[in-house]
Ligand binder design. Structure first.
Ligand SMILES: [Zn+2]
Length: 236
């Protein structure tokens, strides 16, 4: 259990505002309840998630940033960082990798949570959004080796951003590769539901019920009321 270790910092890197609220907000809430510093890094601006003909990308970016900041307040986050890449066009580029390294070196997380870089044909199709896959691949490459190696980005050293070793990588997944189930308490689940609700341009009552049901199903086999599943990778 990570509770037995001296961890106190975590970072979540996701493609879109609301992704973390579906995938790992219960775990985030538990860490915040324990007093950890948790930071979100949002890769894209979420500017394409609307079918309203009167909506514009700049208006939607403003709305989605505000919703994510509100969700972060509900969870108890230390900070939300926005990288500002365009929604729907995210690639696992060297530029994105470096931007994530910058965030890792700035906030020094013990645990980094990211999306899966793999498309699964057996789980929710939405998990395979190309932006999710790109954010997952760039995050994993940023954790190892780029945030660790001092010679990779001499310019970041000049900015005072020293190398940092992430100790655990938690990849959000409900697939067969998941090997860790993190228990969520009633209080954590309550914060997670309210945080998802804050994304009001995107979610409905049905979305909240669906998310609650997923976390219930993840916990049931282990005797937990709620849980979230991850593939946990320990880094030396
Ligand atoms: Zn998404």
């Amino acid at each position: 259990m990570e509770n037995d270790k001296d961890y106190k910092n975590a970072m979540v890197v996701v493609a879109h505002p609301d992704d973390a609220e579906y995938g790992c907000s219960g775990s985030v809430a538990e860490w915040c309840i324990k007093g950890w510093d948790v930071v979100y890094t949002l890769c894209t601006d979420g500017s394409k998630g609307s079918d309203d003909p009167n909506m514009t990308t700049s208006k939607l970016t403003e709305i989605r940033y505000a919703e994510q900041i509100e969700a972060g307040k509900i969870l108890g986050l230390k900070e939300v960082e926005f990288l500002g890449y365009s929604d729907a066009f995210l690639e696992p580029s060297l530029e994105l990798r470096k931007d994530i390294v910058r965030m890792i070196r700035k906030h020094k997380p013990d645990i980094l949570v990211c999306q899966s870089p793999y498309r699964s044909l057996n789980t929710s199709y939405a998990a395979g959004h190309p932006d999710h896959l790109a954010a997952g691949e760039a995050s994993m490459s940023a954790v190892y080796p780029s945030s660790r190696d001092r010679l990779t980005y001499p310019d970041l050293l000049e900015e005072g951003l020293l190398p940092h070793k992430v100790r655990e990588l938690w990849v959000m997944t409900s697939g067969p590769e998941a090997d860790y189930v993190n228990e969520i308490t009633e209080e954590g689940m309550s914060r997670a539901k309210n945080a998802l609700q804050a994304h009001s341009s995107q979610v409905s009552e049905e979305s909240i019920l669906r998310m609650t049901q997923w976390k219930k199903e993840a916990g049931e086999p282990h005797g937990y009321s709620y849980a979230e599943r991850f593939k946990k990778i320990l880094l030396k």
